[in-house]
Design a protein around this ligand. Structure first.
Ligand SMILES: [Zn+2]
Length: 152
């Protein structure tokens, strides 16, 4: 059953904050992390409550992985990071969500996981969030056109 849970913070905030939504499919919703210490840090969240990748049907697994990969391709093209971290953890918030973390040789934690040690947070101005999201949306549209023409 594809349902939301009342006691799950992620279920109750799927579409929030609305201004940070980049993309939505029937399976996933992609939102920019409000904390942009790592430029382009994005969450790709399953749109119903499930806690284990292994508990999804094979077709839902493929869709969820496919949506995450599409976003990763988009971040790579738009922001040209030096590395991408793909993380599916579920320790603090068990609802399935990918952390896509573009990493840069100039970032303050280069060579280590972003979770190692204390790190500061970085909020952007409303204009800067808008600018980044519109850049990602434009790149996503081009990425998906290329995918479609490539499969013809
Ligand atoms: Zn949930």
């Amino acid at each position: 059953m594809h349902t939301l849970q009342e006691n799950c913070w992620i279920c109750q905030n799927l579409h929030q904050p609305a201004n940070l939504v980049i993309w939505e499919t029937k399976t996933s919703i992609a939102k920019l992390n409000p904390d942009q210490l790592f430029p382009g840090y994005t969450f790709v969240t399953l749109k119903w409550h499930a806690e284990h990748l292994t508990s999804l049907s094979p077709s839902d697994q493929r869709r969820f992985l496919g949506d995450m990969t599409t976003l990763a391709n988009t971040l790579a093209k738009a922001l040209k990071p030096d590395r991408m971290n793909y993380e599916l953890l579920g320790n603090a918030q068990p609802h399935l969500h990918w952390h896509l973390i573009p990493r840069y040789t100039t970032d303050p934690m280069w060579g280590r996981p972003v979770w190692a040690g204390n790190r500061r947070r970085k909020r952007l101005t409303e204009d800067a969030y808008l600018e980044l999201i519109s850049k990602l949306k434009n790149t996503l549209a081009k990425t998906r056109d290329t995918d479609e023409s490539g499969s013809e």
